[in-house]
Design a protein around this ligand. Structure first.
Ligand code: UD1
Length: 336
């Protein structure tokens, strides 16, 4: 059984990936510093799969600790999620973002290189494309200057991996996520935002639950059919399954280049207003919202061309947007 390290494995995306890896027969080890997650997630994962993942509470910025971990654990592949991800915060605290998102990546890659670990999957983002000139966005779309330090860490991260793959003959895949939403059907794991949610779906579910008074729709003067911004919302379980496919591609040595990257989205764009309407329909909740100014740094529209992931990874999303929204709402209702 292949032993795979998942960093940030207690987080929103990481925890769903751990479940899918275990379901696919991988032996999973989690590293998480529990700074933006809860330790209870470990038990929740165990309840879903009946397998308790090996867990190490560790801060990847601690180079020596990372080295010791790899000395003590035989790892065959790494999926790296652990990172800061709040766009606005990254503008205020760029050095924290560079330290956490870049240093940790470098320390991991150093261990991977020196131990000849051959499989590395990086959690990247469609943010690397900025406002693409053409929609849907293919992997050929140019990388635009990053809008935020957070976005820059994803761009730099990909560059560091590309250079490392070339120099050391390592193999890696970067998955460029569009907007992951929803929760596992067991309703045992989901998104756990700390404080006021920055992202649309948790803000919507918290508003419906009465935790937030009102959702602000950031701008209705975009050049879109209803004036609100368009994104590609993908069910987190579908996204998680893409990681298993990517890992299997590397394990089976099917990759055509040392460093490959794939868009992971549904290929369908939805506007903020469409999301509100769908949410209201599937959950039978009516949502308080108001139109406000645009949010700084937001782009008009982003949705994926998923042809490469469909054909090369043989991955396709299975869940609908409605299922994703309903699962997010069920998850919200379970939170105290
Ligand atoms: C962005 C990045 C993504 C990154 C994520 C991290 C892009 C295309 N995407 O996602 O790569 O991982 O940040 O947080 O750059 N909205 C409201 N009201 C709210 C919250 C959001 O109207 O209270 C709107 C936003 O203006 C946007 C949409 O909802 O149009 C989605 O916003 P959000 O969930 O924050 O994700 P992105 O900004 O698309």
């Amino acid at each position: 059984m292949k032993r795979i390290l998942v960093t940030g494995g207690l987080g929103f995306i990481g925890s769903h990936v751990v479940v899918e890896l275990q379901n696919s027969g991988f032996d999973v080890v989690i590293i998480d510093d529990v700074s933006n997650s809860k330790i209870e997630v470990l038990d929740q994962i165990t309840e879903i799969t009946n397998i308790k993942p090996d867990f190490h509470q560790l801060d990847l910025r601690e180079k020596k600790a990372v080295h010791n971990f790899f000395n003590e654990n035989v790892i065959e592949g790494v999926i790296h999620f652990a990172a800061f991800k709040a766009v606005g915060e990254s503008v205020l605290k760029p050095l924290d973002y560079y330290e956490n998102n870049i240093n940790a990546l470098v320390y991991l890659l150093q261990e991977i290189k020196s131990r000849n670990i051959d499989y590395f999957i990086f959690s990247s983002s469609c943010t690397v494309y900025g406002q693409a000139d053409e929609l849907p966005i293919t992997e050929e779309a140019p990388i635009k200057p990053a809008e935020s330090p957070y976005g820059n860490t994803k761009q730099i991260g990909e560059e560091i991996i590309r250079d490392s793959c070339k120099a050391y003959n390592m193999n890696a895949i970067a998955l460029r996520y569009f907007n992951p939403v929803g929760a596992h059907k067991s309703v045992k794991i989901g998104e756990l935002p700390l404080g006021v949610p920055q992202n649309l779906i948790p803000f919507i579910t918290q508003t419906a639950a009465g935790i937030r008074e009102e959702l602000s729709v950031f701008g209705d003067d975009y050049s879109t059919p209803d004036g609100t911004a368009i994104r590609d919302y993908i069910h987190v379980v579908d996204l998680a399954k893409a990681h298993v496919k990517a890992l299997q591609r590397l394990l089976n040595k099917q990759n055509e280049e040392n460093f490959e990257f794939f868009n992971v989205g549904t290929g369908k764009g939805s506007s903020v207003m469409e999301i509100i309407k769908s949410f209201e329909k599937v959950t039978q909740q009516s949502l308080n919202y108001k139109i406000t100014d645009r949010r700084d740094g937001d782009i008009t529209a982003a949705y994926a061309d998923t042809t490469k992931a469909n054909e090369v990874l043989r991955w396709e999303p299975q869940e609908t947007l409605e299922e994703a929204l309903l699962s997010a709402w069920k998850w919200q209702q379970k939170q105290k």
